[in-house]
Design a protein around this ligand. Structure first.
Ligand SMILES: NC(=O)c1ccc[n+]([C@@H]2O[C@H](COP(=O)([O-])OP(=O)(O)OC[C@H]3O[C@@H](n4cnc5c(N)ncnc54)[C@H](OP(=O)(O)O)[C@@H]3O)[C@@H](O)[C@H]2O)c1
Length: 265
């Protein structure tokens, strides 16, 4: 049995995977953007142990969420699932950061840096659309959805590298294009296949046991674009300099230092 926290679990893939994981006997902790959505989440998954509230467009609320998680931990699994895509291009968070960047890119960085002790497993959620992301990392705060999903891959790989010696795994998955509020009713891919991948990585079981720094699709490790890592773009995701650059930028924007290597203060 694992203690699992999933961001953005009031709806969609986060909620569906929480419901699946509860049925498998795990202790689930949900997350919603406000009190009303927390009530909705509790009603949809009454077996969950608790629901945390934080609007991830706000860096202050995200930091406070990390503090609450530290009081409730230690954690087996943290899943960075919350995401925004449509109709938010002009939306800003409390501190003025663009909402899409704050929720999709900055919040997973802040939480992964502040959760102490780190969980056994981090799971980041990307998308097939990461392939259209801008690897130059220019104008990062004005990131489009595809850019943020590329950031999720780079973050997962960076945390895999940084936390390897603490026996923490960090992986990233692409759920496919599936029917949720974000994906739309006519999305062609199987939501149950997506949930199977969430469950596999949340449990760190089966094919995922002991694996870190991998990109997953349909319960299997793949190259980030669903193929083997053959193109120069895919190899560029393994570029540690690019991962480091993203981390430096996010540390500077958020004021949150990344976790240090063991043995360094
Ligand atoms: N669906 C797809 O086809 C697809 C494809 C590729 C990748 N993904 C990724 O899969 C993940 C889940 O997507 P989904 O399809 O399940 O989307 P969804 O149905 O729209 O659910 C997104 C979840 O994130 C929460 N959220 C959004 N903004 C938030 C904020 N500011 N603070 C706190 N929570 C917030 C939402 O809360 P509310 O319910 O209150 O809005 C909801 O619980 C995302 O990272 C997405 O990028 C989805």
């Amino acid at each position: 049995m694992a203690r699992i926290f999933i961001t953005g679990s009031s709806d969609g893939l986060g909620l569906r995977s929480a419901q699946a994981l509860v049925k498998r006997g795990h202790d689930l902790y949900l997350h919603a953007r406000n009190g009303q959505r927390a009530q909705d989440a509790r009603a949809a998954c009454p077996e969950a142990k608790d629901v945390f509230v934080a609007d991830l467009t706000s860096t202050e609320e995200t930091k406070s969420l990390a503090a609450q998680l530290n009081q409730t931990g230690p954690w087996d699994t943290i899943m960075h699932n919350a995401g925004l895509m449509n109709g938010v291009s002009n939306l800003k968070g409390k501190e003025g950061l663009p909402a899409l960047f704050a929720v999709n890119t900055l919040a997973p960085y802040i939480l992964s840096s502040l959760i102490d002790p780190p969980p056994k497993r981090y799971v980041f959620i990307s998308s097939g659309m990461h392939h259209g992301g801008d690897p130059s990392l220019r104008n990062i705060q004005q990131a489009f959805y595809s850019d943020t999903k590329l950031h999720n891959v780079l973050l997962a790989f960076w945390f895999a590298r940084r936390l390897r010696d603490r026996w923490v795994t960090s992986n990233v998955l692409n759920p496919g294009w599936v029917p949720t509020k974000m994906g739309g009713r006519n999305a062609p891919d199987s939501i149950s296949a997506a949930i199977d991948t969430y469950v596999l990585l949340a449990e760190g079981s089966g094919a995922a046991e002991g694996k870190t720094g991998k990109f997953w699709y349909k319960s299997r490790p793949r190259g980030p674009n669903g193929a083997s890592r053959e193109s120069s773009y895919e190899r560029s995701l393994d570029d540690e300099t690019r991962q480091d650059k993203l981390i430096e930028m996010l540390a500077s924007i958020s004021g949150v230092e990344p976790p240090q290597l063991l043995g360094k203060s």
